[in-house]
Design a protein around this ligand. Structure first.
Ligand SMILES: NC(=O)c1ccc[n+]([C@@H]2O[C@H](COP(=O)([O-])OP(=O)(O)OC[C@H]3O[C@@H](n4cnc5c(N)ncnc54)[C@H](OP(=O)(O)O)[C@@H]3O)[C@@H](O)[C@H]2O)c1
Length: 300
């Protein structure tokens, strides 16, 4: 059974591709530079332009699943130009996926559409589930439009699952890889006032959750892919410091983050406490439900 993964060369896609390939799926990753892709053994890469179905639509015909992860990284300094690329890369990928599925004679059974907990916007210490409405800042509006970009496939009879993903943790990328250096240099600590919610998930649990939702014929709509115990950023820093055996009291002032990331610092300075209500209801079991066990597994 064939599974296509757009943006499958990245931090999440590579791990997911490896797991699905190991489980017996034929995994094909769509990349703008397939010749440069470093992929797990057995996983193939095909070129796409991230905007159209040209040259790859035939692969969607008869595929079991399509997983749409592609998008320009948000972990960079935001300027008007980067914000536009962050947004357009996701909306263009969504359009291309719809175009490919529309052209397929035998439609894929399921489309898994990436999204993020930024959907809910900055929300203080409220506990949020899939039933909560979206926020209204740049990331929230982006998530709303990104989720909507592939909605037309539902009218084509394709089951669609939205992956509202939290901060994914593993040592070879994502937010944790960036946080490790200051902690190792004894200058780790909370970001801003540290009260913002950090809804995290170990990458191994993220991968299993995506596979679980892909394989369950009754799974559809939004699912929060976050561990059941979100923490504040201050708590995250404390636990990371403890696991690394390093101090964690040196706060990083909001102004310093704004100098480096511009408006993108909001991503680190605001947040939300998100609960995986629908995953738990569906019977998914987290291997790493609490942050300390997740970080100890990752950092040895
Ligand atoms: N990591 C997290 O904690 C996290 C949390 C929530 C949501 N997400 C979302 O999940 C998705 C995957 O995350 P990730 O951490 O694996 O990201 P990543 O490592 O940055 O990988 C994203 C992939 O998207 C492709 N891409 C980048 N810019 C593109 C563009 N302009 N047009 C088309 N494709 C482009 C790239 O593939 P090629 O260069 O091979 O084309 C890249 O490998 C992203 O959309 C991200 O926003 C991630």
């Amino acid at each position: 059974m064939r599974v296509l993964i757009t943006g499958g060369t990245g931090f999440l896609g590579r791990a997911l591709a490896a797991r699905l390939q190991e489980a017996g799926y034929e995994v094909i990753v769509l990349s703008r530079r397939p010749e440069q892709a470093r992929l797990p053994p057995g996983v193939q890469a095909t070129r796409w332009d991230g905007r159209t179905a040209t040259g790859w639509a035939h692969l969607a015909d008869g595929a079991f699943a399509l997983i749409n992860l592609a998008g320009e990284s948000i972990g960079q300094r935001w300027t008007a130009a980067t914000k536009q690329r962050i947004r357009e890369s996701r909306l263009n990928a969504g359009r291309a996926v719809v175009e490919a599925i529309a052209a397929a004679r035998t439609k894929p059974q399921v489309l898994l559409q990436a999204s993020a907990v930024g959907y809910y916007g900055p929300r203080g210490d409220e506990r949020l589930t899939e039933e909560d409405p979206p926020g209204n800042d740049f990331l929230a509006r982006l998530a709303v439009d990104w989720e909507a970009s592939t909605q037309p496939v539902e009218a084509m009879g394709v089951r669609r699952v939205i992956l509202r993903t939290g901060l994914v943790l593993e040592r070879d990328g994502g937010a944790l890889a960036r946080l490790l250096l200051p902690f190792r240099l004894f200058v780790g600590g909370p970001l801003g006032n540290g009260r913002q919610g950090w809804s995290w998930i170990h990458r191994a649990d993220w991968v299993e959750a995506v596979k679980f939702l892909m394989e369950r014929p009754d799974a559809r709509g939004p699912y929060n892919l976050t561990a059941p115990q979100p923490v504040s950023n201050a708590e995250f820093s404390r636990i990371l410091g403890r696991v690394l055996g390093r101090p964690s009291w040196l706060p990083v002032p909001a102004i310093a983050l704004r100098l480096v990331f511009g408006e993108g610092a909001d991503f680190l300075l605001t947040g939300q406490f998100v609960l995986p209500q629908r995953l738990l209801k569906a019977g998914f079991t987290f291997r790493y439900p609490d942050l300390e066990s997740a970080l100890r597994a990752i950092l040895g």
